[in-house]
Structures are given as C-alpha cells and as structure tokens.
Design a protein around this ligand. Structure first.
Ligand code: ADP
Ligand code: MG
Length: 295
C-alpha cells in the first residue's frame, strides 16, 4: 500500500488520465478522491458518477447537460457533470458500462475539450481531468466489441490496480482497527480488544466485498454485540462460516432477534447461559427480550 501512495502522489501532480481497476470495495473511489486532493486541481470541484446507474439517455444528459426542451421533462437548461467539474476532476465509476454511442462523445471531450449539451447547438469548452474506475478487464471489453479501443487508451494513460483485500498482507488487521477506532468515537459501544478466535476468523475470511465489507462487518459487531471485547458471536454469519440469512433484507433487529432465539434454544431457555454466549449481561438480555416482544 505504501508503494501505492507514493505512486498516487506522483500521479496526482502529473494531471494525467487515470484508470483505477480492482474488485468492488477495494477503494477505487477513495483513490480517485485522494488523487484529486493531492493535485493542483484540489480547490476546484470533484464530481463523481456511477455510469452503471443511468439509462443511456439520462447518462448523456448527466455528463453533458441538456438544453430546455431537449426531451420530455427537460423544462430548463441543466449543466452536466463535465461543466460542473470545470477545472477540477470528474470520476467515472464503472466506466465499462458507458454505452458505445456515448463513448464517442466521451472520447471527443477528452481529446478536444469540447462537447455539445443534449439538444444544444453550441459547443462548450471545459478543462476536466478524468479519472475512471472499472471492475472489469477493459481489454476484454474491447476484444468483445463493447468498448472503443481508442477510448480505452485515452482512459488508462496511467493504470492503477488495487489488489483485493485478501491479497493485502497486514491490511485486514490494520483496517479492522482503523474502523473500530472510528466507530468507538460514535459511542454505541467501545471495543478495546478482540478474542483470538474472532481475529482468526477475520484473518481467515476471503472478503469478497473487500474494504467495504470489512467496514460493514465492524459496524455489525458494534450493533449486534456488547462489551469491550469483540468475540465470534459478534461476527456476521459469513465470517462465522454460516450460510447468510435467507432473507437478504433482514434488518439488524431481525438478526439480533434471531441470534437471541438461537442462543436461548441452544441453552434450553436458560437465560444466564444464553446471555453469556451472546456476550451480554442478563439484564441486557431481559431488556432485549422485552424489546423484541419475546416475553
Ligand atoms: N484504505 C482504506 N482506508 C479506509 N477506508 C477505506 C480504504 N479503502 C476503502 N475504504 C472504504 O471502503 C469503502 C469502499 O471504498 P470505495 O472507494 O467506494 O470502493 P470501490 O469504489 O472500489 O467500490 C468506502 O467506505 C471507503 O471509504
Ligand atoms: Mg465504488
């Protein structure tokens, strides 16, 4: 990671186009923001857009703006992100998802620094540094005809590849404590230590969602568990090697309720034992039983 940060600072000053690759949650947007913050453009706006979340028409308008009457609902002129990011940086997340016909317009603005808003006639000139991100291999998108080769070269003047968390020796533990310290400030719970078994599970896990998932797992421990020591019972089902709960929308309250019921069942209704397993006091268990209408 240290090597990455050195490279980052150099890249920031160079003002060139950067393509950040890496699995979801590896910190691509964070890196883009850091590059902007270290660059001479830092006082100008940083704009970000996820290209996968817009329909082709809306994405064009989002990027380049539109003039009044350009399409149904375009009741007034609207600036796009290229105009709003003037003199700053525009972050194009999931850039591989930009439809082919829009790719030409993107290439033009990057080469000639001008574009025409949707429904407009006059070209607008902008000075924008483009940083983009993708979790796909752009090379393959090009080979399969979904991405313009010329644009791919334009976008990845400097490619940065963020390795998945499972390959980043030492980072899991460092980031774990980073997030614990952050959440300790919020006063929900104060975690001062972690049991060996829990840390083993954390280190053995493969983190498919990378840093984002690690952050969520720490948050989960703050909500679900209690006391100064984080134990295995505070870990997500995935981390404990259990199949994830069937209903993906199950709220934290549901998860807590299910965990209490499971603990009580395992200890044949003995509340002291269940509380001990859950790592909470008997009074807290009583309080939670009331809250969940379990008694
Ligand atoms: N090195 C890091 N230190 C602290 N937080 C990080 C780090 N890398 C990623 N994060 C956090 O993880 C989450 C996912 O990062 P993000 O940049 O959105 O990933 P991506 O864009 O690759 O999906 C964000 O909340 C981000 O702040
Ligand atoms: Mg992202």
């Amino acid at each position: 990671m240290e090597a990455l940060f050195t490279k980052l600072r150099r890249v920031a000053r160079a003002q060139c186009t950067v393509l950040v690759g890496g699995e979801t949650g590896t910190g691509k947007e964070l890196v883009a923001r850091a590059i902007h913050a270290e660059s001479p453009r830092r006082r100008a706006p940083f704009q970000a857009v996820n290209c996968a979340t817009f329909s082709p028409t809306l994405l064009e308008s989002e990027l380049f703006g539109h003039v009044r009457g350009a399409f149904t609902g375009a009741v007034r002129d609207r600036q796009g992100l290229f105009a709003l990011a003037h003199q700053g940086t525009l972050f194009l997340d999931e850039v591989a998802e930009i439809p082919l016909d829009l790719q030409g317009k993107l290439l033009r603005v990057m080469q000639e620094k001008t574009f025409v808003p949707v429904g407009g006639t006059r070209p607008v000139t902008v000075d924008v540094r483009v940083i983009s991100a993708t979790n796909k291999a752009l090379r393959q998108e090009v080979d399969e005809g979904r991405f313009r080769e010329d644009l791919s070269y334009r976008l990845r003047v400097v490619p940065l590849l963020l390795p998945p968390l499972r390959r980043r020796e030492g980072d899991v533990e460092a980031l774990f404590w980073h997030f614990v310290n952050q959440l300790n400030q919020q006063g929900m719970r104060r975690i001062e230590g972690v049991t060996g078994t829990a840390m083993d599970a954390i280190l053995a896990y493969t983190w498919p969602g990378n840093v984002r998932e690690l952050r969520s797992a720490v948050e989960y421990a703050f909500v679900v568990g209690e006391g100064p020591v984080l134990d295995v019972a505070d870990l997500t089902p995935e981390l404990r090697g259990e199949p994830p709960p069937g209903i993906s929308s199950s709220s934290l309250a549901d998860i807590e309720r299910a965990r209490i019921l499971a603990a009580l069942a395992r200890h044949h209704g003995r509340k002291a034992a269940a509380a001990a397993e859950l790592g909470i006091s008997r009074t807290t268990l009583w309080r939670k039983l009331y809250a969940h209408r379990l008694r």
